[in-house]
Design a protein around this ligand. Structure first.
Ligand SMILES: Cc1ncc(COP(=O)(O)O)c(C=O)c1O
Length: 361
């Protein structure tokens, strides 16, 4: 066979080390999932719809798009749904990138942006983080005549840091009209800084070159159903819709999405749990002499020395975390928040792993 080099040379997807199952004894703190699970309303919707799966889903996701539009004060035309927000990264890349094009992104951000750019034969232009945060001035300076797309992950995975409204506005003001700014807001619901940017305002005002990516995989606890969405200008959404498969969002995901969106109590509970977990982790990590990065998400990144060795040590004690060497951040691990009980047990395990290392050394 003759393969396409753009695909052949991509690194294969490396799944998180363990997918929990009925017999799993390992606690998975490596995929930024919601430890509280899905909304009970979403579960009820799934149960009542399960007998209908011989039917195709609504190819236009009308009910879900209407609910998402109402939620954001936008129109249905501003909303597109997808098989996880990761699919939107692919669709945007398909729709905007080809050989000779450039996509600007951070060095130390969600890996999909780079992989999809390479897959399409375009060039990723990676801009170093500054203090583990997107360096927006440097990203603006990296724009060339070849730039078609800029990926900005805010809050950023895997550092957990966020850029504030003033610097994002200053950045957007420097981006030419024909360059698309993709702001991936997978963790938006967890952000706590008071000046976190509300970019829906820009969409309501008609900004043409901005698209926001969101997901039901994080705060809504529906990662396994695969459901994401975009808010963007109607002309852009109509264009992107051409690039997708007809039934990209399955029937169960559409119904559970509407139910989850309506369950503001579950969202509030999940946010409160993340906030409490964050405070716990910061306090405990600092007590160990570590310096956690400021997190606006449901996970925390922290420098531990040898990220692979510490991750392996944690795995041996029953916890998976993400070593960040492969993300361009050697020495750091990313820890997703678990239940309160899991968080306590994790801290004890980390103490033991770090103590064993000190004793060995
Ligand atoms: C920043 C970011 N964007 C997108 C995704 C993908 O989310 P989804 O499960 O909706 O495809 C993730 C998942 O970890 C993420 O961290």
């Amino acid at each position: 066979m003759r393969f396409k080099p753009e695909i052949e040379h991509l690194p294969p997807y490396k799944p998180a080390k363990l997918i929990g199952g009925p017999s799993a004894t390992v606690v998975k703190l490596s995929s930024n999932e919601n430890p509280l699970g899905p909304s009970p309303h979403a579960l009820a919707a799934l149960q009542s719809a399960i007998t209908q799966v011989h039917r195709y889903p609504d190819a236009s996701c009308v009910a879900l798009r209407q609910a998402l539009a109402d939620h954001a004060g936008l129109t249905v035309g501003h909303v597109m749904c997808s098989n996880g927000s990761d699919e939107l990264v692919l669709l945007i890349s398909l729709a905007f990138l080809g050989a000779g094009d450039e996509a600007v992104m951070a060095d130390g951000t969600f890996i999909s942006y780079r992989l999809r750019t390479l897959e399409l034969g375009a060039q990723p232009v990676r801009v170093a983080l500054r203090a583990y945060t997107h360096d927006l001035a440097a990203m603006a300076a990296a724009i060339t005549a070849r730039t078609r797309v800029i990926f900005l992950c805010n809050p950023n995975n895997p550092t957990g840091t966020a850029n504030g409204a003033a610097e994002v506005a200053a950045f957007l003001a420097q981006v030419p009209d024909d360059v698309l700014v993709v702001v991936d807001e997978a963790y938006v619901e967890f952000a706590v800084r008071p000046d976190y940017p509300d970019l829906l305002v820009a969409l309501r005002a008609g900004r043409p070159n901005l698209v926001l990516l969101r997901t039901f995989a994080k705060i809504h606890g529906l990662a396994g159903l695969r459901l994401g969405y975009a808010y963007g200008p109607p002309a852009l959404i109509t264009y992107l819709e051409r690039a997708r498969l007809p039934f990209n969002v399955n029937l169960l995901a559409q119904l559970a999405g509407v139910a989850a969106l309506g369950d503001s109590e579950h969202v509030a509970r999940s946010r409160a749990h993340a906030t409490a977990s964050r405070a716990f982790f910061v306090e405990q990590l600092q007590a160990m002499g570590l310096v956690p990065l400021p997190s606006e998400t449901n996970f925390v990144a922290v420098a531990v020395g040898d990220d692979n060795a510490v991750s392996d040590g944690l795995q041996a004690r029953g916890f998976t975390v993400t070593p960040l060497g492969g993300w361009g951040l050697p020495g750091l691990i990313r820890i997703s928040f678990g239940t309160t009980e899991q968080n306590h047990a994790f801290i004890a395990a980390l103490r033991a792993v770090l103590a064993a290392r000190t004793n060995d050394g």
